[in-house]
Design a protein around this ligand. Structure first.
Ligand SMILES: [Zn+2]
Length: 321
C-alpha cells in the first residue's frame, strides 16, 4: 500500500506503508532537514513505535497515537534505530506516559541512557576544533531533560513479535556504529534510520567509519534485491520504491570514495595540515557546512587512512606517507 506524502514536515500521521504508519515531526530550521519520521506498527497483540523523535514535538507524537485510535498505554515497545538526538528525544517521556519497553542495539546503550554523554561523545567529540557550545539550549529541544535506559537488546536477525506482524532487526552500522533497521517480510518493507544521505544535504554526510558505511550500503542494495523489497522508508526523506533506493544507496556508497579522495588530496597539497583546517578546506570543496558532523566523518577517514598506512599524524599535523 502506498500512502500520500508531503515533502515538508507538517506533523501528524502521513500515510501507511506495509504495517508502518508514518508520524512526521517537523524539525523546522533545525539541521537543514524538513522532519524526522517515526513509524507506529499496530500488531494483533502488541504495538511498537520506531524512534521517539525530537522533544519539542512530543505533543504531536501523542496526537498521532490519537489519530491512530491508540491510547498511550497501548504502546508496548519503543524500537530505536540509533542513539542520535533527533531519534531518542522523547524516550523518557514515552516510557513515563506509556509504560513501553525500550529496545535497542547494545553498542550505544550507555549513550541512550545518558543525554549528556550522548551529546559529548559526538557533538563535542573534538573540543579542540569546535568550541564547546552550551549543551542546554542546543539540545533540550532535541533530547528533553532526561533519558531512559534500554530494557532489551536487539541485534541482527532478532524478531520483534507483535502478534500477526513480525519485524526483523537488520544491522546497518556506519552512520552510528550501533544503527539498526527493521524489515517486514509480509509487505516487503524496509525501515531505515539514517544510512542514506542525499547529496544536496548541507552536511558533509555523517558516518563514523567509511568502510563500515560502504559495507552497509552494499548490504542494503543486496537486501533490496534478494528479498524483493518494494519500499524503503527512511527517517528524513520521502519513502522510496526499490529502484530509487538502490540508486540512492549506490550514490551514497560512491560519494564516500570521492570524499576520501578530497581528504587525501588536501593532505597532499597541505603537508602538516591540522584537523580543523583540513575540515574547513574539505567542507569548502564540497560546499558543505563547517560543523561538528564533518569532524566525525573526516576523523573516520583519517583513522581508515592511518590503518591503510597512507597518512600519518606527526606533531606537525597530517602528512601523506
Ligand atoms: Zn537522524
Amino acid at each position: 500500500m502506498v500512502g500520500s506524502i508531503r515533502e515538508e514536515g507538517n506533523g501528524g500521521v502521513h500515510g501507511q506503508w506495509g504495517p508502518f504508519h508514518m508520524v512526521d515531526l517537523p524539525l523546522g530550521a533545525m539541521d537543514n532537514k524538513t522532519s524526522v519520521r517515526l513509524w507506529v506498527v499496530r500488531g494483533s497483540t502488541k504495538t511498537a513505535i520506531i524512534d521517539s523523535g525530537v522533544h519539542a514535538r512530543y505533543a504531536q507524537v501523542l496526537e498521532a497515537f490519537d489519530a491512530l485510535g491508540m491510547a498511550p498505554h497501548d504502546l508496548d515497545y519503543l524500537l530505536l534505530t540509533h542513539e542520535h538526538m533527533d531519534h531518542v528525544g522523547n524516550n523518557a517521556q514515552l516510557v513515563r506516559d506509556t509504560g513501553c519497553a525500550v529496545l535497542a542495539h547494545p553498542l550505544r546503550a550507555d549513550r541512550i541512557a545518558d543525554n549528556v554523554l550522548n551529546a559529548e561523545t559526538i557533538v563535542h567529540a573534538f573540543p579542540d576544533v569546535e568550541p564547546y557550545f552550551d549543551i542546554q539550549p542546543e539540545y533540550l529541544d532535541w533530547m528533553g531533560p532526561d533519558a531512559a535506559a534500554v530494557d532489551r537488546f536487539i541485534t541482527e536477525g532478532d524478531t520483534i513479535d507483535l502478534g500477526d506482524t513480525k519485524i526483523e532487526v537488520v544491522e546497518t552500522p556506519g552512520h552510528s556504529m550501533a544503527e539498526i533497521g527493521f524489515y517486514h517480510g509480509d509487505s516487503n518493507t524496509l525501515v531505515l534510520g539514517d544510512p542514506l544521505m542525499p547529496a544536496y544535504d548541507l552536511v558533509l554526510n555523517l558516518y563514523e567509519d567509511p568502510r563500515t558505511m560502504q559495507a552497509t550500503h552494499r548490504k542494503i542494495i543486496d537486501m533490496i534485491r534478494d528479498r524483493a523489497i518494494e519500499t524503503v522508508l527512511t527517517a528524513h526523506h520521502r519513502p522510496l520504491p526499490a529502484d530509487e533506493a538502490i540508486t540512492w544507496a549506490q550514490e551514497c556508497h560512491d560519494r564516500i570514495d570521492k570524499i576520501a579522495e578530497t581528504i587525501l588530496k588536501t593532505i597532499e597539497s597541505h603537508p602538516g595540515i591540522e584537523f580543523g583546517p583540513l575540515r574547513d578546506i574539505v567542507c569548502d570543496k564540497w560546499e558543505k557546512l563547517k560543523e561538528w558532523r564533518a569532524l566525525v566523518t573526516i576523523n573516520g577517514h583519517l583513522l581508515d587512512f592511518e590503518e591503510k598506512g597512507v597518512v600519518r599524524k606527526s606533531e606537525k599535523g597530517w602528512k601523506r606517507v
